[in-house]
Unconditional design. Structure first.
Length: 317
């Protein structure tokens, strides 16, 4: 299944050898920016680990149809594992404010893998965006990673290595995913139903990030967000503080949406630095826009007041 991951030949060869020889570490950490396919890669590895011969269960796992560890914010005893099509795999993804992990999710997953008998295939635990773990949920995870049950493989993903707590990353073998060449990305996405011109334009904008291209091409909400980012780029290029402030005001109660918008805005800025015709931002304005947006994203991630951050950003254009 890992062969379905585009590009990243070194990663595929190394993990493939480890799987073939059954010498895979019990914990892997896949590092990659949004849109590079770390989640898909994690599911591919889990499918190859659990079902070397492939089959319906492996395909279901690639689609994410596995068990899920869930919980309610503020209720430590609410954690439980929802049964999925693939019972040998459990996924964990933040459910708290800003996508933060809830400790109930981790403890529920831990109880599940300790208290249920293993199938012949073993078990896989997929932990997405582990940079969103706080100290409490990380400590709960460490308790099972230090002495994992036999046959359990943990596959973690994160957008950056620095964002993962040192106690977690020190127990993992880490691999970094990279974008594919722009032309290869465009061809890959066109084969999956994206209009060729759209695939070429988005592949250039996102610099070969297949997941980002597919999402922007196929998800109406994602397209709307990208249009807003382009409008923000036009306002920044024209130094139109009013237009930028009006646009950003619509995100003052949506921190996650604001951060996502600014990441797309950074893509337009980066395209400007490459002298791409896709964006109105060029030269110093492009560099300044990226710097300001990066600082704003960092402030949003540190729980700074969203309204103030966006007002300052809009005024800065």
């Amino acid at each position: 299944m890992l062969e379905r991951l585009a590009g990243n030949e070194a990663l595929k060869q190394e993990v493939g050898r480890m799987l073939e020889n059954r010498r895979l570490s019990h914990s892997l950490l896949l590092i990659g920016e949004e849109g590079l396919g770390t989640g898909f890669a994690a599911r591919c590895i889990a499918a190859d680990y659990l079902y070397p011969a492939g089959g319906p269960a492996a395909e279901a796992l690639l689609r994410g149809e596995c068990c899920k560890a869930v919980a309610k914010a503020g209720d430590r005893s609410s954690g439980h594992v929802e049964t999925g099509v693939v019972r040998e795999a459990i996924s964990v993804e933040g459910m708290g404010s800003g996508g933060r992990y809830l400790v109930g999710q981790v403890t529920a997953m831990r109880s599940e893998i300790f208290n249920t008998s293993l199938s012949a295939e073993g078990r896989a635990v997929l932990l997405y965006h582990t940079e969103r773990m706080n100290g409490e949920s990380a400590n709960a995870l460490l308790k099972v990673m230090e002495e994992p049950p036999e046959g359990v493989l943990f596959i973690l993903t994160a957008q950056s290595l620095a964002g993962v707590l040192p106690t977690i990353r020190s127990r993992c073998v880490s691999f970094a995913l990279a974008p594919v060449p722009v032309k290869e990305c465009a061809a890959f996405c066109a084969q999956r139903g994206v209009d060729k011109k759209t695939a070429a334009r988005l592949s250039d904008l996102f610099e070969g990030r297949i997941g980002a291209v597919l999402a922007a091409a196929q998800d109406p909400a994602r397209r709307k967000q990208l249009e807003a980012a382009e409008a923000l780029a036009k306002a920044a290029a024209a130094s139109d503080n009013y237009a930028a402030s009006v646009l950003l005001a619509g995100y003052e109660k949506d921190k996650a949406g604001a951060a996502a918008l600014l990441r797309d805005f950074c893509a337009y800025g980066a395209a400007g630095l490459r002298s791409s015709s896709l964006t109105p931002l060029t030269g110093q304005k492009a560099a300044r826009a990226i710097q300001m947006a990066d600082e704003a994203i960092g402030q949003l991630e540190r729980q700074v007041n969203v309204k103030i951050v966006l007002q300052v950003l809009g005024a800065g254009f």
